[in-house]
Design a protein around this ligand. Structure first.
Ligand code: ZN
Length: 243
């Protein structure tokens, strides 16, 4: 079984009727709902206002893949929680960062860059987005045809200030003409990281089948290959007799 923890700051849903109407159980509840339908996945949730953000050492030690959604309260996540999550990733825990999580402390720490991007949200629905598959042989794009469309999303455009991805999976195109690296993979230590762009809080994006397919594939891809307490890098004495 893959043990998933879905973390959400869970603030928009409490103060904005539009978001609460789309996600009555919270964004974390919606994501946990579709992931939990799969027999190989067990899922729990954690939110910002829980003690230690719901991310105690025990929770992280029992999490194979952590999903992260945040936007308006990135600055409220304490540094010690961020360091704890980073250390778990370096030891092998998978991390799936969604949408505005690009500006979360944990993503910026793991990337080492500003993670800034161009953006636009106009009208009630934003832009139509077409997500093109650029790596059809990758586990995360399985079950997706050449592309899929989202009727309304926030435009995230290049330049996206990230380190060069180890693998680029999706290229997003918007009706305004912009493009964006919408699905990217990296490794940090033993941990695998997947960033996926869709998921603006006033759009019903996480109810869309193709988005659910990609996130589910992302969880299975990011499952740890190994979990090690610490990498041993000793000072090694020259053997005797010498070669
Ligand atoms: Zn957004």
């Amino acid at each position: 079984m893959i043990r998933v923890t879905v973390w959400n700051e869970y603030r928009h849903e409490k103060i904005d009727d539009r978001v609460r109407n789309i996600y009555p159980e919270g964004i974390h509840g919606a994501i946990a709902g579709f992931l939990g339908m799969h027999e190989d996945i067990t899922v729990r949730t954690a939110t910002l206002d829980e003690p230690e953000c719901g991310l105690t050492q025990e929770v992280l030690d029992n999490t194979d893949v952590l999903i992260w959604w945040g936007h308006m309260a990135h600055h409220e996540v304490p540094e010690d929680v961020v360091v704890r999550v980073q250390e778990s990733v370096l030891k092998g825990m998978g991390l799936v960062v969604l949408h505005s999580g690009h500006h979360s402390k944990i993503f910026k720490r793991l990337m080492g860059t500003s993670c800034n991007l161009s953006w636009r949200f106009e009208g009630t629905d934003g832009d139509m987005e077409r997500l093109w598959v650029v790596a059809p042989d990758h586990p995360i794009t399985q079950g997706i045809d050449r592309y899929f469309d989202l009727p309304g999303e926030e435009m995230y455009g290049e330049p996206f200030d990230i380190p060069e991805p180890d693998k680029l999976l999706f290229l997003g195109w918007y009706e305004g003409g912009e493009v964006f690296r919408s699905g990217c993979c990296w490794r940090r230590g033993r941990g695998k990281i997947f960033y996926f762009q869709p998921g603006h809080e006033t759009c019903p994006t996480y109810h869309i089948h193709w988005v659910q397919t990609v996130i589910t594939n992302g969880v299975r891809w990011a499952e740890p290959e190994s979990r090690v307490a610490a990498l041993e890098c000793p000072n090694v004495k020259k053997p005797t007799p010498k070669f």
